[in-house]
Design a binder for this molecule. Structure first.
Ligand code: COA
Length: 165
């Protein structure tokens, strides 16, 4: 773990980021995407300069092991002090504390930005993500029952929130 760095994402990371996400798109209900988003989707996250928008990667030397980002929760202006967060690790990088480190770094940035509320939506079942959010101080708001449909099954989402200011 000591060689692993957490830093802002760069253009050169985006192919690896897209590959980690593509694995989730095709194998998991963690994301409700059913097709891989185009490269412009990731570039737009990288290019955002809005306060509270961040895009971090965790790297072992030159290998991207995972990424986490924050962005707009909803576009209407009154939601401006809230951010929605997300995190994805390569399967081999999960389960050894990296999620805590990477997501913790993202939340530190959001605190510095004085983001008031952080929201995260976790498709179920996802015991690792549930545990990660609770560990980092999120509280469970509630569950939307069978709000999604992927791989031939209905999927529920649990909403987590973290008040930061
Ligand atoms: C969710 C995810 C980011 C967690 O990262 P991680 O590196 O595995 O998490 P950590 O090792 O930092 O563990 C965080 C906490 O969760 C717990 N945890 C990890 N995996 C768990 C599991 N399968 N079941 C229950 N608890 C688990 C850990 O024990 C730890 O708590 P502790 O420190 O109190 O013991 C990672 O598993 C992942 O990328 N999953 C696939 C994508 C995904 O689901 N993203 C979330 C979308 S909402």
């Amino acid at each position: 773990m000591s060689k692993i760095t957490v830093r802002p994402a760069e253009s050169a990371d985006l192919v690896a980021v897209a590959a980690i996400y593509a694995d989730a798109v095709h194998t998991s209900v963690a994301t409700f995407d059913i097709e891989e988003p185009p490269p412009t989707y990731w570039q737009a996250k990288l290019d955002s300069t809005a306060v509270g928008d961040h895009f971090l990667v965790a790297c072992d030397e030159n290998t991207v092991l995972g990424f986490a980002y924050s962005g707009v929760f909803r576009s209407r202006p009154a939601y401006g002090r809230t951010r929605e967060t997300s995190i994805y690790l390569a399967p081999a990088a999960s389960g050894s504390g990296l999620g805590t480190r990477l997501y913790g770094a993202l939340l530190d940035l959001l605190r510095k930005d004085q983001v008031h509320l952080v929201v995260s939506v976790v498709a179920q079942p996802n015991p690792a993500s549930n545990a990660l959010h609770r560990k980092l101080g999120f509280t469970e708001v509630g569950t939307l029952d069978e709000v999604g449909f992927k791989f031939g099954k209905y999927v529920s989402t649990t909403w987590f929130q973290l008040r930061q200011t």
